[in-house]
Structures are given as structure tokens and as C-alpha cells.
Design a protein around this ligand. Sequence first.
Ligand code: FER
Length: 291
Amino acid sequence: MKKILLTLVVLGCGFMLAQAQPGGMGGFQMPKIDVTFNPYVEAPAGFDQERANIPHGTLETVEYFSTTTDTIRKATVYLPPKFDAAKKYPVLYLLHGIGGDEREWLQGVPNVILDNLYADGKAAEMIIVMPNGRAQKDDRPIGNVYAGSAAFANFEHDLLDNLIPFIEGKYNVYADKMHRAVAGLSMGGGQSLNFGLGHMDVFAFVGGFSSAPNTGMPEVLIPDVEKTKAENKLLWMVCGSADGLMYNSSRLKAFCDEHGVPCTLIEYPEGKHDFVVWKYGLYNFAQLIFK
Ligand code: FER
């Protein structure tokens, strides 16, 4: 009897270990959903390497008052090379992950990637706004960052009611959906899919890179298939094949394919939950928006 019990315990532990995620991104691996991925095309060598002999954009930090948190909040802003205050620009809102803040995306050198795209004539000129997506009074990524999920959901209000109006007051930018995009990594990917598809009157272009479990169910993100087909201009996703979070992206991709909603999901070969995949995401997404 004891032997049988012991065997069962050992088998049970083995099963649980086998379920654990290789990427170690918390929780257990969700089942894989069978989808047809869009073709992966490697980014050209050097796409994320600074080139000395081309014009460079600039990075600055802005501060705005948020009625959502009743605090002054920060965002990092990238202005394209030869930024001209007399010209009107579209805006990409680029959102970070669970352990990040308004500076996390700098690890992904968005300024270098965009400078290079402009030098090669591959992207429309745009301003990139990298906010702090943890909308709570103390928005630093300290302690148990997984406990801050509600603040990531709350950012919907800060973004729509406070940050977008602030950016549109401070910079000479277009203020219509065809000139606004939202994309992000992990928790920021989930936010982008939730807010972008939830507010198609605000954002025409939506990107999710390695989107996290905060990603809404497809039926919630796309309650009206015909409306989404008519109003969304880009739904673009990427996730690493070795990232335990593929489930969130593939669930949405499967729904889109079933209902004829245009949607891209690229599986980054051997991609993990890191900036290799997210830089690739930005490199590609930036070329597809505002055109
Ligand atoms: C989770 C796994 C990962 C989760 C969030 C994440 C809220 C986010 C990861 C990231 O933003 O990098 O179970 O639950």
C-alpha cells in the first residue's frame, strides 16, 4: 500500500514538473492552440545597431497630471530625426511589461530601430510615447509585481482620459484613430489588445508582442466581427516559440481565422520572453502603421 502511494506521489510530482513553463514566466504552461502562423522573416542584420552616419531622433521625458491616479506621471517620448514642430505627426503608444516602467522599452533601443528604419525609408514618421502602464499612486515596479495587475487594467483610463489629451496638447500631432497606434510587450501586449480592440474609435493599429494572461478572451475583444473587420486597420502579434505565453496570442489568432478577421501572428523561432522578440516586434509593427 505504502509503495503504491509513494509511486502515485512521485508520478504526480513528475507530471506537475512536466507542466511547468520552460521560460519560467510564472504559473503553468497553458495548452498550445493549433494555428497557422504567418511567415517569420528574419530582420536584417544591424537593424538594432546604432549607425553613426545617419540622422538621429531624440528621447525626452515628459510629465503629466493624471486624474486617474491623482498624481504626476512620467512618459518617455521619442521624436523622429529632424523633428519639426511645424509638421503634424501620428503617435504610437508603446507599452511595457509587468516588471517595467516608462523606461523599460529603452532596453529595446526603439530610437535606434526607428532611426535606422527612417534612414532606409521604411517607416512613416511618428512620435513614440512610452508611458508607465501601472496606473496607481506608487507606480514603481517594486515588490511582487504580479500583484499590480489591477493597475495595468486601470491604465486604460489614464491613457484615454489623461495621457492622450496631454500628448495631443503638447505636440503637434494628429488626433484621430488613423494616426494612433498602440502596441506593447507582455502585460503591455495584453493592454494593447484590450484597449486597442476595445476602442477602435481611438486606435486603428494594434500590436501585441508576447502578450500576457491579461489579454482578454477573443469574444470579449471582438464581440462584433463585422465591426472589427470594418474599423481595425491592423491586428499584429508576435510571440516566441519557447515563450510559455503563446497561448494568449494563439487563442486570439484562432478566433480571427475562424471568423475571417485579418490578423497576423508570427512565431519567433526559439524566441523566449525577452527583447530579442520585442525588438523584432517593433521593427515590423513600425513599418506597417500610418501608411
Ligand atoms: C502571468 C505571467 C506573465 C501574468 C503576467 C505575466 C498576470 C506578465 C509578464 C510580463 O509582463 O513580462 O501569469 O499574470
